[in-house]
Design a protein around this ligand. Structure first.
Ligand code: FAQ
Length: 321
């Protein structure tokens, strides 16, 4: 006689059936609900990667706060970068509802054991990059994240609602900055075009590998953690962005880009997936620098964490007296 595995025990089977039915009925799964271990692991992976991306994502634009060309641009950029810190915090809080510890997730990030978005391993070399990051990177982030507001896991979906509102503001500030620069001098227009040339392909890579090479998509769609495949969202982003590029007066660096009447979508070229894999493996232009700075910031913040913990301990001792 063989012993039934945990998954085969009748009560576990009933719980799994209940979980599947709730997901199918578009009901939210909440932290105290039973969930399959794989579902929990997938969410920890995705939500933590997302949180890390927001925090590491502060670096490319953050570098421009000190040299923004006017007080107005400086305050806009400062507010945007602070929003990204806030997004990271909502997302770490959502991950903690799954039974993981934020300190441990941070250790995993700076130890290279957890990923963050490939896009933040590219340098922001000019001020036009701030506009292009807002337009393309936040634009891609919105495209990917609006459907996540309907993700099956309650705390993640609710965090996404708030994040998306702010991301759409970020996208507009980027586009507005670019409109201003495009109405400026030939040098300013050239800066914008140069930034678009550098950020276009990495932005398409934000959506992840092609569906045929995406190991997680099928299961994540079944669990309704993800609501669309990587390729569907990449197409949606291209369709949304081409008219914006035309309005702006920039050329997207893809000779294969053209409207396909039959499909009702733009055809576009293939991103360099070898470069994507290289960046994911740690060999992008800025990977080492991003992690080095994140680690230094974490170490520099040790005294704040210690002081907060000592204060919390003092308060709770006071409350129990
Ligand atoms: N970069 O099987 P799939 C932002 C990994 S936030 C790095 O397709 P999945 C805001 C993937 O983790 C940007 N790694 O995976 C902002 C998996 O690795 P693993 C972040 C990537 O999860 C704007 C493996 O490849 N957004 O921009 C990437 O089903 C401006 C196989 O891939 C989110 O995190 C990549 N691009 O789909 C901040 C959104 N793509 O863990 C500052 C939420 C894939 O198995 C300034 N996440 N990988 O070893 C998602 O929607 C999904 O996780 C995907 C990947 C679509 C990113």
């Amino acid at each position: 006689m063989t012993t039934a595995s945990v998954d085969e025990r009748p009560d576990e089977r009933a719980l799994a059936a209940h979980f599947t039915a709730r997901v199918a009925a578009e009901q939210r799964i909440e932290p105290r609900d039973w969930m399959p271990e794989g579902y929990r692991r997938t969410l920890v992976r995705q939500v933590a990667q997302h949180a890390h991306s927001e925090i590491i994502g502060m670096q490319p634009e953050g570098d421009w706060i000190a040299s923004a060309p006017s007080l107005r641009r400086k305050s806009i950029l400062l507010a945007k970068v602070q929003d990204e810190a806030g997004h990271g915090l909502y997302l770490y809080a959502a991950a903690e509802t799954l039974g993981v510890d934020r300190a441990d997730l941070t250790e995993r990030l700076i130890g290279g054991r957890q990923k963050y978005s490939s896009i933040f391993n590219y340098p922001a070399t000019g001020f036009a990059d701030v506009g292009v990051i807002g337009w393309l990177v936040d634009g891609a982030a919105i495209c990917n994240q609006v459907p996540l507001c309907r993700s099956s896991y309650g705390p993640y979906a609710r965090a996404m609602v708030r994040i998306c509102k702010e991301e759409s503001f970020h996208q507009r500030q980027g586009y507005e900055l670019l409109l201003r620069m495009m109405a400026g001098t030939p040098e300013q227009r050239a800066m914008v075009q140069d930034a678009v040339d550098r950020w276009w392909w990495p932005s398409l890579m934000m959506f992840g590998p092609p569906d045929a090479e995406s190991p997680n998509t099928r299961q994540s769609m079944e669990w309704r953690v993800k609501r669309h495949t990587n390729d569907e969202l990449r197409q949606r982003f291209v369709d949304m962005t081409v008219p914006q590029a035309e309005r702006l007066g920039v050329t997207l660096p893809d000779p294969a880009l053209r409207w396909n009447e039959e499909r009702g979508h733009y055809d576009f070229g293939e991103p360099d997936w070898a470069e994507f894999r290289r960046v994911l493996s740690g060999d992008g232009p800025c990977n080492a620098e991003r992690i080095r700075r994140r680690r230094a910031a974490h170490e520099d913040g040790a005294w704040v964490r210690e002081a907060a913990a000592a204060y919390a301990a003092k308060r709770s001792a006071g409350e129990t007296r």
